[in-house]
Design a protein around this ligand. Structure first.
Ligand SMILES: Nc1ncnc2c1ncn2[C@@H]1O[C@H](COP(=O)(O)OP(=O)(O)OP(=O)(O)O)[C@@H](O)[C@H]1O
Ligand SMILES: [Mg+2]
Length: 503
């Protein structure tokens, strides 16, 4: 069968970067084709070209054996090509229905074109329900969690009746249940002959959903795997061109006893009817925090960091009470937060890689109040090297980096200091398989230097792999705490889904 879409010889350069060189890609009708590769390999750029966001410097694209030129996103949508971006793209002050049908709202009243609110919401609810998004369609999007926002984007794409659906890391903030639901929707779309391009760093998902995988490395085709050949090892081998250890091993043994007591949180509440949350994190301890989406993990982090107001509760560090009313108070007390939504809260997109990294370390890099440029540059260079940030130089604007490389810059910014408590909210989301272990190694180092670490993660493998202890949240409160010896996927899920604590 001739391919549904076929791209040949695609080149694309940005200043200082050859993002794509002579790339080929074809996809059949009803095929799920995964595209994988390290951060900066060119995946998003290729997808943006197919979807009319960028124009290629060279190359041709054919659809149903006819050449097409996609000059804009609108033209792509006319052709039935819809891209769901890696960075969410919703209008925060519109509601769910408004976002799903933005620009295509059902109307009545002839020329007046009044929006038919009832039909709008009925239609929106139907699509949202299919995805398991059961929140009222009049809810404003900025009130939704990241995962819910992602579902709204997917609902929008489905409503556009696309024939080629491109999903750029669609599950990065979805939980396992939501991911499973998305997969069943994708399977249904597949039977309708819709082609799906699927980008993900979660290789397990690729193994489950993909009919075929195309691997990009340094902007070039690195190889291809057919259904029966797709496995973790083969994928990694093609992506990074070498073998990687299956999973990161902690280098340092459990903490050495210190005179310090670490951080104690007592009876913390940010909602009126909420049971108080109490826990401690000792110096040198890596505490994982598991829970389903909406369990309150991010809210807890924000409350500790002073982004969200607490209603009750006391926090002490090494026995000393601290008062956190705003993030600056938290930072002064040695509490750092690497937020979940790093593009909004963690980066100045229009500033350089160098400044974004050094901004958290300015006092340490200054003498007599003057920033020492050479030290700033050395720090930025060292951190970029450590994290393998792919950039033409430390002067590059952060907004021009690939999604995963932006994430690495936020991590580099905070991990270049030594906090008392470091809170990481989904630290490896969107990070490629090679750089992940680098991040774990840094967490391990920081813990060894005496920092307490609270790592919020929806990736159970990661939680099991590096935590000394795991706190599980359910419905806005702490459902239980599991020690290393009791740690299993089942034990975590039992607590996360509201099961009784067995301890
Ligand atoms: N608008 C831009 N200006 C300059 N450089 C860019 C721009 N967009 C992408 N690049 C560069 O092109 C290369 C490929 O980026 P791309 O976003 O396609 O990577 P990716 O494979 O999607 O990575 P990730 O897994 O991190 O999302 C990177 O080196 C990136 O810095
Ligand atoms: Mg990308």
């Amino acid at each position: 069968m001739p391919p549904h879409l076929c791209a040949t010889g695609i080149d694309k350069a940005f200043p200082g970067v050859r993002a794509l060189q002579n790339v080929q890609l074809e996809i059949q009708s009803g095929e799920v084709l995964a595209v994988v590769g390290e951060n900066g390999a060119g995946k998003s750029t290729l997808m943006k070209i197919l979807a009319g966001v960028y124009q290629p410097d060279a190359g041709t694209v054919e659809m149903d054996q006819r050449p097409i030129v996609v000059r804009s996103v609108k033209e792509a949508e006319h052709l039935g090509i819809v891209l769901i971006h890696q960075e969410l793209n919703l209008a925060g002050d519109l509601d769910i229905a408004g976002n799903i049908f933005l620009g295509r709202e059902p109307t009545w009243g002839g020329l007046l074109k009044l929006i038919d609110q009832r039909r709008l919401h009925d239609n929106a609810a139907k699509i949202a329900n299919r995805l398991g998004l059961t929140i009222p369609s009049r809810t404003l999007v900025h009130q939704l969690s990241l995962g819910q926002q992602q579902l709204v984007e997917i609902a929008r794409a489905i409503s556009l009746q696309s024939r080629l659906l491109i999903l750029d890391e669609p599950t990065s903030s979805l939980t396992e249940t939501e991911t499973a639901r998305l997969f069943s929707v994708l399977k249904e779309l597949k039977t309708q002959g819709i082609s799906i391009l699927y980008i993900s760093h979660r290789l397990k998902e690729v193994e489950i959903i993909a009919d075929r995988v195309v691997v990009l490395r340094d902007g070039k085709n690195a190889g291809e795997l057919r259904r029966g050949e797709i496995n973790h090892r083969a994928l990694v081998q093609l992506m990074v061109g070498r073998e990687l250890k299956q999973f990161f091993q902690r280098q340092h043994q459990a903490k050495t006893p210190l005179a310090r007591t670490g951080i104690e949180v007592k009876d913390l509440r940010w909602l009126p009817a909420q049971p108080g949350i109490t826990f401690t994190i000792e110096p040198g301890e890596i505490v994982g925090m598991a829970g389903l989406m909406g369990a309150g993990r991010t809210e807890l982090a924000q409350t500790l960091f002073g982004v969200r107001r607490k209603l009750t509760g006391a926090v002490t560090i090494d026995g000393k009470p601290i008062a956190v009313r705003k993030p600056a108070d938290a930072i002064a007390a040695g509490i750092f937060l690497i937020p979940e939504d790093r593009r909004i809260e963690g980066l100045i997109l229009t500033d350089s890689v160098k400044h974004n990294i050094s901004i958290a370390s300015l006092p340490a890099l200054s003498r007599f109040g003057f920033l020492q440029r050479s030290r700033e540059e050395r720090l930025a260079e060292a951190m970029c090297e450590r994290f393998m940030v792919r950039t033409p130089g430390i002067g590059q604007m952060v907004g021009n980096l690939s999604g995963g490389n932006q994430q690495k810059v936020v991590l580099a910014k905070w991990l270049s200091r030594t906090p008392k408590l470091l809170i990481l909210d989904e630290p490896t989301r969107g990070i490629d398989v090679g750089a992940k272990s680098e991040i774990y190694a840094l967490m391990d180092d920081l813990a060894h230097q005496g920092a307490g670490i609270l790592m919020i993660s929806s990736d159970l493998e990661e939680i099991l792999g590096i935590s000394d202890r795991v706190l599980v949240m359910h419905a806005g409160t702490l459902a239980g705490s599991l020690h290393r010896a009791e740690l299993t996927e089942e034990a975590i899920m039992h607590l996360a889904t509201g099961g009784e604590s067995r301890t």
